[in-house]
Design a protein around this ligand. Structure first.
Ligand code: UTP
Length: 294
């Protein structure tokens, strides 16, 4: 029987250099899209995908993340005495939301290294990884789409997206062959090879790996075995490439829109789109945008 995916690992120990100076003293995972930090969108996606057990890999200067998911007695007391019931409920919903554990990555040695730090908490079971700066807006949560594939094949699955050639060298890229799959409508691939941040001329395809993964615990052995790769970091892509020698890995071209909220322009686009969708803000915001002389 295929084991259930119960845990989600959130690597959040990167330096966020693309978003300096905002990320000098504040983790990029806490940057708000409208009024919710990026990591909360990711945690909500995990929960909506049926994954309740959250493991956050934090680094130096990341205590804001822990505080965010913790109970804030002072704030709750203040809101209670001022009879701000709606706000109190919003604040409580965050701390009531999840069963969360933290593990530290002392140095930002790469995404693969961050995932490896979660090894003891994950233990010997399949798990998911969510990079919360990849914000995905979709009808069915992106992670759920991957878990559905995992539950069919019992093998690791990575999220894929078509990316224009001029941008491909910013991503992990797969060489993959399409697989016929009942519910998949031409979205499923079997990965043949993968390469982290290839030159555009060397990229094996235009299918990039996006920040959602369902992995099996053997990936830890692979991450242990590999040497630092692109940028001198232990890359998750390299770990998966190593795993590919002994296991099949699938890719799923998910349905939905992805925003790279770790990048300034991507973040701005996500902010506008999410604000326009809000019931309480959307209409007024739309009028404002329409009034801009662009
Ligand atoms: P990124 O490459 O997008 O994040 O890593 P970064 O290094 O923080 O950002 P830039 O490129 O300098 O702006 C993807 C994810 O992996 C985590 C990051 O926090 C982010 O969620 N990460 C990366 C770690 O947890 N540890 C690392 O050593 C590297």
């Amino acid at each position: 029987m295929i084991a259930k995916v119960r845990k989600a690992v959130f690597p959040a120990a990167g330096l966020g250099t693309r978003f300096l100076p905002a990320t000098k003293a504040q983790p990029k995972e806490m940057l708000p899209l409208v009024d919710k930090p990026l990591i909360q969108y990711g945690v909500e996606e995990a929960m909506q995908s049926g994954v309740q057990n959250i493991i956050i890999v934090t680094g130096r200067g990341k205590s804001a993340i822990e505080d965010h998911f913790d109970v804030s007695f002072e704030l709750e007391h203040l809101l209670e005495t001022r009879s701000k019931k709606d706000l109190l409920a919003t604040v409580r919903a965050v701390s009531d939301m999840i069963d969360v554990s933290y593990v530290r990555q002392k140095e930002a040695l790469g995404l693969g290294h961050a995932v490896l730090r979660a090894r003891e908490l994950v233990n010997d079971e399949p798990f998911s990884v969510i990079l919360s700066d990849d914000v995905i807006d979709s009808e069915v949560p992106c992670l759920r789409q991957l878990i559905d594939v995992y539950e069919f094949y019992g093998a690791p699955v990575v999220a894929l997206m078509e990316v224009p050639t001029e941008n491909i060298s910013a991503y992990g890229v797969v060489d993959a062959e399409p697989v016929a799959h009942a519910g998949g409508r031409d979205r499923l691939y079997r990965v043949r090879n993968m390469v982290e941040k290839p030159k555009a001329s060397d990229a094996p395809s235009n299918l990039a790996i996006i920040g959602r993964y369902v992995l099996t615990p053997e990936v830890f052995r692979s991450l242990d075995a590999i040497e630092p790769g692109s940028g001198g970091e232990i890359q998750l892509t390299d770990g998966l490439k190593h795993l590919l020698r002994s296991r099949p890995i699938y890719g799923y071209r998910f349905e939905g829109t992805r925003y790279d909220a770790g990048d300034k322009l991507g973040f701005l686009k996500a902010t506008v789109e999410f604000a326009l969708k809000r019931h309480d803000l959307g209409e007024e915001f739309r009028c404002y945008l329409q009034g801009l002389k662009l």
